[in-house]
Design a protein around this ligand. Structure first.
Ligand code: 13P
Length: 253
């Protein structure tokens, strides 16, 4: 099997004023430095207002910084938006695209997400492409179908094991304290890898990190991260508490 280094990613969402965000970033940087060579990669995705200072705070620690979204275009009349080049310029190496909250709150389609991911790749960023079914879709037995459609529609041309991360986030598990069972998670992750192989080739798909997201906590991380096709986590609520985020990272096999 291709060795995939687990990626533990925190999505801070619209949380964190300067003092709290920098304290959290500083604490994680301190722990990563003390650990030396970690068996996992750690990524934090703060709100845009904090990216620059978080990047400065974690510099040299091994903690990576990502944006929570980017615009598909390079520049122009898009009030309130941020381009992939701006994120890279501010110190990001990664950007989340297609989070279900963006898909819902901002009506983002697979085509929009694909264009954003392409912009990320074009600016040297790793695209963390989020997919996942709603509760109604799962109840209707459409979980695999929905995730297949989102992989096909959201993954950009030119995606490789090096520049693409997929985050499987069942919408009904986000912020709810509920998760699929471990076998259910493994089934979807293995399926996503198969769909990816059809799109980018088996060799690249074997190296792509597929993260699980949705109520990952210190108490369930070990079981989820041990699954064969789970290569890390995209963590919301628990990523805002240094001890919890760190405990999840320590649960990597
Ligand atoms: P929670 O970990 O708060 O469920 O959020 C998951 C998520 O949406 C990460 O992107």
């Amino acid at each position: 099997m291709t060795a995939r280094r687990p990626l533990i990613a925190g999505n801070w969402k619209m949380n964190g004023l300067r003092a709290d965000g920098l304290a959290l970033a500083g604490e994680l940087a301190k722990r990563m430095k003390a650990k030396g060579k970690a068996p996992f990669e750690m990524l934090v995705c703060p709100p845009a207002t904090l990216i620059r200072e978080v990047a400065q705070t974690v510099a040299g620690s091994g903690v990576l910084v990502g944006g929570e979204d980017c615009h598909a275009k390079a520049s122009g009349a898009h009030t309130g938006d941020i381009s992939a080049a701006m994120l890279a310029d501010a110190g990001c190496t990664h950007v989340i695209v297609g989070h279900s909250e963006r898909r819902t709150d901002h009506g983002e389609s697979d085509a929009t997400v694909k264009a954003k991911a392409a912009a990320a790749l074009g600016n040297g960023l790793v695209a963390v492409v989020c997919i996942g079914e709603t509760e109604a879709e799962r109840d209707a037995g459409k979980t695999l179908e929905v995730n297949a459609r989102q992989v096909a529609g959201s993954v950009p041309d030119g995606a490789t094991a090096a520049n693409l991360v997929i985050a499987y986030e069942p919408v009904w598990a986000i912020g709810t304290g509920r998760t699929p069972t471990a076998p259910e998670v493994q089934e979807v992750h293995a399926f996503i890898r198969k769909e990816l192989a059809a799109k980018i080739g088996a060799a690249e798909a074997a190296g792509v990190r597929i993260l699980y997201g949705g109520s990952m906590k210190p108490g369930n991380a070990k079981e989820l991260l041990a699954l064969a096709d789970v290569d890390g986590g995209l963590i919301g609520g628990a990523s805002l508490v240094a001890d919890d985020f760190w405990a999840i990272a320590q649960s990597c096999p």
